[in-house]
Design a protein around this ligand. Structure first.
Ligand code: NDP
Length: 305
């Protein structure tokens, strides 16, 4: 750190393990808090400075600018909404980024992770992509997990610091990999949560409370892991026999859901999307195949566009 940029930060911090956290939404606040709990000297910066108040009261140092925050430590954790925000911050710290390791733990696409990594490499900085798999309440717990990718030597060097936040699941060198794993998990997550909220809307429209639906919702959700375990080896083997389920049945079933939603005064667009995809596959001749045939059909539909 240059003398000028370090002037605002206290000298005592240099003897402790230290980290900078930029972005103090619920996630960044939990992360900075976990570092404070672990005894780190924590420098924070946030666009809206007031969000640092509680952390400062607990001992974090609020840097007067993102540039000072980045200059303060080798390891800089970013917890920002998306990579537009990441670039907005990085462009403002370009002059001090050389030699830093940016652990970029927000959500965005694999392509954009590669872009950020390249931008940083061109300026002499390292980049680790992270995809955090838990809500803020899971930060600080070793049972929680974050996907990481990027240069293995950077990951090894900072692994202990990253593991203050969650367990670390290193996926490989390609900076896009952690986001890829994160986004396929989130695909499953958002569909599941969307399904629950949509089902709950139909339930509520018909006078069934969240508590009444709860045991049934949990029972159905508990089936999903077993179904995934059943389908995974068949998908790998390309075995889409319709011996236990048929796409034609799934199409009829999802149409029943759509009609029940619409008759209840609930938007049927969510089940209609699946009905449309299943319908196209059935028309193309897959009606007697297993639902698992959709893995290939989703890809074929994208190629046809
Ligand atoms: P929020 O969107 O609530 O907060 C993100 C932070 O980004 C805020 O500090 C905000 O600053 C900052 N920010 C946004 N745009 C800009 C910008 N243009 N320039 C500077 N700063 C900006 O997100 P969360 O804290 O909930 O999550 C952070 C990341 O972690 C996200 O990518 C999210 O997808 C991911 N994540 C979140 C989980 C969760 O449950 N919350 C779970 C797993 C991953 P300001 O305060 O000024 O608005």
């Amino acid at each position: 750190m240059s003398v000028e940029l370090s002037a605002g930060l206290s000298a005592e911090r240099q003897s402790k393990a230290s980290v900078t956290v930029i972005g103090l939404g619920p996630m960044g606040q939990a992360m900075a808090g976990a570092y404070l709990d672990a005894g780190y000297a924590v420098t924070v910066w946030n666009r809206t400075a007031a969000r640092a108040d509680e952390l400062v009261a607990r001992g974090a140092e609020l840097a007067p600018s993102a540039e000072v925050a980045v200059a303060a430590n080798e390891l800089v954790v970013l917890s920002l909404t998306d990579y537009d925000a990441v670039f907005a911050v990085l462009e403002s710290v370009e002059a001090v980024v050389a030699g830093k390791v940016i652990a970029n733990l927000g959500s965005d696409t694999p392509e954009r992770a590669r872009e950020v990594a390249t931008w940083l490499a061109e300026r002499g900085a390292g980049h680790l992509t992270g995809g955090v798999q838990v809500p803020p309440s899971g930060i600080g717990s070793p049972e929680s997990s974050t996907f990481y990718s990027g240069p293995v030597e950077l990951f090894r060097r900072h692994r202990a610091a990253l593991e203050v936040l969650t367990g670390a699941d290193y996926r490989g060198d390609d900076p896009g990999l952690a986001q890829l794993y994160y986004q396929i998990q989130m695909d499953l997550f958002w569909s599941s949560m969307g399904g629950y909220l949509h089902a709950m809307a139909i339930a509520e429209a018909n006078g069934i409370s969240a508590e009444e639906f709860l045991p049934h919702a949990v029972a159905t959700a508990s089936l999903v892991p077993r179904l995934i375990e059943f389908y995974a080896p068949r998908i790998t083997a390309g075995d889409h026999r319709g011996d236990v389920d048929r796409l034609a049945m799934a199409l009829a079933g999802i149409e029943h859901v759509r009609h029940t939603a619409e008759a209840s005064g609930v938007d049927g667009a969510l089940p209609a999307l699946l009905a449309e995809a299943f319908g196209r596959a059935a028309e193309a001749g897959d009606g007697a195949a297993s639902l698992s045939v959709m893995v290939g059909r989703f890809r074929a539909a994208a190629r046809a566009r």
